[in-house]
Design a protein around this ligand. Structure first.
Ligand code: ADP
Ligand code: MG
Length: 406
């Protein structure tokens, strides 16, 4: 089936999909998946992940744009002639065939008779060598999943597409399979494009993650880069938890931005800002919950100088074993919103109970800046709105990472 010479990146050039004549599931998208990498398309249900994958597989005709494998345009190549195989969430194994025959299927279809050695190698790769004689219903969900992977890989595709392949598995098994899939990808060295709505899954396995929202890629990057420096409020909230504090920029000097929130001044590195705000402009100051330290207000003088700090009142504390999660009410939050803090369980301060006045503090370098969303934040009184809106508009263009290479 591999009519196309091996090698090369997967490139999507201006690819889009409109269903009927009005609903656009995928907006024109430029994306390069470097050969041999593990790439994840991450986003909520309905954001266009499966549609994108199906266009790569050739199961869906793009409305505009092209799919390239290496230098070759395969947009008009039918699915079975593309060096691409797909693993679906449902596995789609043949129930009446043994595991051996399920895996041999692709070879037999190509008229290959002696399949024993190749099938045995594939089953070893997915660690199912002992179960070759069983039928799918005699296997666990995770084992069936691995059969589906072996059945796709035996065709030696250049690219393996995986559409929510672990969705049917329970949490513990999913975690095991994440490591297993990563091992297999490293071992065979081909390109994996993995679609999931599960952020942990994407962050654990992928070299590069593209976060999709409403048919567009909002940001693309290595997992740690996306987590540490989200470029849009959507990405900041979709990947883990972010505290986003509405603030007003006052100055930029020495690579550092100062912004006021309530009666506090927060500082953040200019290069961790999605876009440099002008003085007087609104922005969102972001910090992850695990970067924050919480102390009782009466111990505020123990906080080292140079830290960003906010005051507040503990609203809730939840003991999670390895850590404690605190929700803190603060004057800088809009009504109903709370700051979130995770404190590692080393020496727990048992006085940090609901109602306790506290100070939150963190290293300014752990702060990131995002364009303000129109009409948010406690200080979005009349007069600040018109400034906030253009900021959010220009941000969308400046932060689209879809065309970047990993
Ligand atoms: N064949 C189709 N006809 C019309 N709309 C579709 C079709 N397939 C998908 N859609 C719509 O396109 C959007 C994206 O779908 P999909 O790519 O399956 O999302 P995801 O895989 O991210 O959950 C959804 O709103 C979905 O309802
Ligand atoms: Mg889908």
């Amino acid at each position: 089936m591999t009519d196309i010479p091996a090698g090369g990146d997967v490139r999507l050039v201006g690819i889009s999909k409109t269903y009927g004549n009005s609903f656009t599931a995928v907006h024109p998208l430029d994306l390069t998946v470097p050969q041999g990498t593990f790439f994840a398309l991450l986003g909520a249900s309905g954001c266009g992940k499966t549609t994108t994958l199906r266009m790569i597989a050739g199961l869906e005709d793009p409305t505009t744009g092209a799919v390239l494998l290496g230098d070759r345009d395969v947009t008009r190549v039918p699915p079975h002639k593309r060096p691409v195989n797909t693993v679906f969430q449902s596995y789609a194994l043949f129930p009446h065939l043994t595991i051996h025959e399920n895996v041999a299927f692709g070879l037999r279809r190509r008229g290959i008779r002696s399949v024993r050695k190749q099938v045995a190698e594939m089953l070893d790769l997915v660690q199912l060598g002992d179960l070759a004689g069983r039928r799918p219903h005699q296997l666990s969900g995770g084992q069936q999943q691995r059969v589906a992977v072996a059945r796709a890989l035996i065709n030696h595709p250049q690219v393996l597409l995986l559409d929510e392949p672990l969705g049917a598995l329970d949490l513990k098994l999913r975690r095991r399979m994440q490591l297993e899939l990563k091992r297999i990808q490293t071992e065979v060295g081909i390109t994996f494009i993995h679609v999931t709505h599960d952020q942990e899954e994407a962050l654990t396995m992928a070299d590069t993650v593209a976060v999709m929202n409403g048919g567009r890629v909002e940001q693309l990057g290595a997992p740690a880069e996306l987590y540490e420096t989200p470029r849009t409020p959507f990405v900041a909230r979709f990947l883990g938890t972010s505290n986003l504090i509405g603030a007003t920029a006052v100055s930029t000097a020495g690579g550092e931005i100062a912004a006021t929130a309530g009666d506090t001044t927060l500082r953040l590195p200019a290069d961790r800002c999605a876009r440099l705000p002008r003085a007087g402009e609104r922005l969102l100051v972001g910090v992850r919950p695990e970067k924050i330290t919480l102390v009782r207000a009466e111990d505020a003088d123990t906080v080292p100088a140079g830290r960003n700090r906010l005051s507040g009142t503990v609203a809730a504390a939840g003991f999670l074993g390895v850590s404690t999660q605190y929700l803190v009410e603060s004057p800088v939050c809009p009504p109903g919103e709370r700051l979130e803090v995770y404190a590692q369980n080393i020496e727990r301060d048992t006085r940090l109970v609901p109602g306790a006045p506290v100070v939150l503090h963190w290293n300014p370098v752990h702060t990131f800046g995002l364009d303000a969303e129109p009409g948010t934040g406690p200080e979005s009184e009349p007069g600040t709105g018109p400034e906030a809106e253009p900021a959010a508009d220009t941000g969308a263009g400046a932060t689209a990472g879809a065309g970047e290479r990993a």
